[in-house]
Design a protein around this ligand. Structure first.
Ligand code: ADP
Ligand code: MG
Length: 243
C-alpha cells in the first residue's frame, strides 16, 4: 500500500471556535476509512478541509506528496482529483440527469459531449439507473438522486471519493441501494473516506474506523477493534448510544 493523503497536525477554527484541534492520519491508496463520532465533533469540517472547501488554519495536507494546503497550488486542479458526495445530493435541479453528470467533464476537462456521454451512460449503468438519463432530479427518489450524485462525482475519475453522511437524508428503505453502490466501489479498489452513522456498513466495508470527538481523532483502528473492543471511554459511550 502507498499513502494517498497524509494529514499532518490539521487545525481549523471558525473565528474563536476551534473545531479541528490537530488531526494526524494517513489514507492509503485503496483504503476505505470510515469516520464516526458525535454531531459537532468536526467530521464534516475535516472532509471539507481534505478537498479544500475549507482552508485549514494550521497544519498540512499532502496529496500524493504534494502539499495541497500550499496557496501556490491550483485549488481547482486539486479538487478535481477528489469526488465529494453530500448528504443532500446537491444535484443541479434544472438539468437532466445526463447533463448533471457530463457538465464537469465537459467544462473542466474539456471532454467532448460525445465522450462525456459515453462515460455518463456507463456510470448510470453502474449505479443501476441506465434508464434515467433524460429524467430531471425532481422526478427521482432520494436513493436514486444519491446514486446519480455518486455517478456525477465518478465522472471526473477522481482518485478518492469523500462521502459526508450520504444516507442520512434518505428514507430507510433507500439506504441499502446507496450503500450497495458504495460497497461495489470499495470492491473495485476506490479509495474512500466516509462519514456515516451506518455502523453495519462501517464494520463490513471499512478497513479502518476513525472515532472523532471534540476536534481530534480520539481513537482509531480496525472495525473489529473499534466496535468490539473500544479502548477509550468516549468511544465506549458513543457506541453505547448508536449501536
Ligand atoms: P460534524 O460534521 O461532526 O457534525 P461539523 O464539522 O459540521 O461537525 O461542525 C463542527 C463545528 O464547527 C460546529 O460547532 C459548527 O457549528 C462549526 N462550523 C462548521 N462549519 C462552520 C462554518 N462554516 N462557520 C462557522 N462555524 C462552523
Ligand atoms: Mg457533519
Amino acid at each position: 500500500m502507498s499513502v494517498l493523503i497524509d494529514v499532518k497536525d490539521l487545525h481549523k477554527s471558525f473565528k474563536n471556535n476551534a473545531v479541528l484541534k490537530g488531526i494526524d492520519t494517513q489514507i492509503q491508496k485503496g483504503e476505505v476509512v470510515v469516520i464516526i463520532g458525535p454531531s459537532g465533533s468536526g467530521k464534516s469540517t475535516f472532509l471539507r478541509c481534505l478537498n479544500l472547501l475549507e482552508t485549514p488554519t494550521k497544519g498540512n495536507i499532502f496529496f500524493e506528496n504534494q502539499n495541497i494546503t500550499d496557496p501556490k497550488n491550483d485549488l481547482y486542479q486539486m479538487r478535481e482529483r477528489m469526488g465529494m458526495v453530500f448528504q443532500n445530493f446537491n444535484l443541479f435541479p434544472n438539468m437532466k440527469v445526463l447533463d448533471n453528470i457530463t457538465l464537469a467533464p465537459r467544462k473542466v476537462k474539456n471532454m467532448s459531449s460525445a465522450e462525456a456521454e459515453v462515460i455518463a451512460q456507463e456510470l448510470l449503468k453502474k449505479v443501476g439507473l441506465a434508464d434515467k438519463a433524460a429524467a430531471y432530479p425532481q422526478s427521482l427518489s432520494g436513493g436514486q438522486k444519491q446514486r446519480i450524485a455518486i455517478a456525477r462525482a465518478l465522472a471526473m475519475q477522481p482518485e478518492v471519493m469523500l462521502f459526508d453522511e450520504p444516507t442520512s437524508a434518505l428514507d430507510p428503505e433507500m439506504v441499502g441501494e446507496v450503500l450497495q453502490v458504495m460497497q461495489d466501489l470499495a470492491k473495485e479498489g476506490m479509495t474512500m473516506v466516509i462519514v456515516t452513522h451506518e455502523m453495519g456498513f462501517a464494520k463490513e466495508v471499512g478497513n479502518r474506523v476513525l472515532f472523532m470527538d471534540e476536534g481530534i481523532i480520539r481513537e482509531e483502528g480496525t472495525p473489529a477493534a473499534i466496535f468490539d473492543n473500544p479502548k477509550n471511554e468516549r468511544t465506549v459511550s458513543f457506541l453505547s448510544k448508536v449501536l
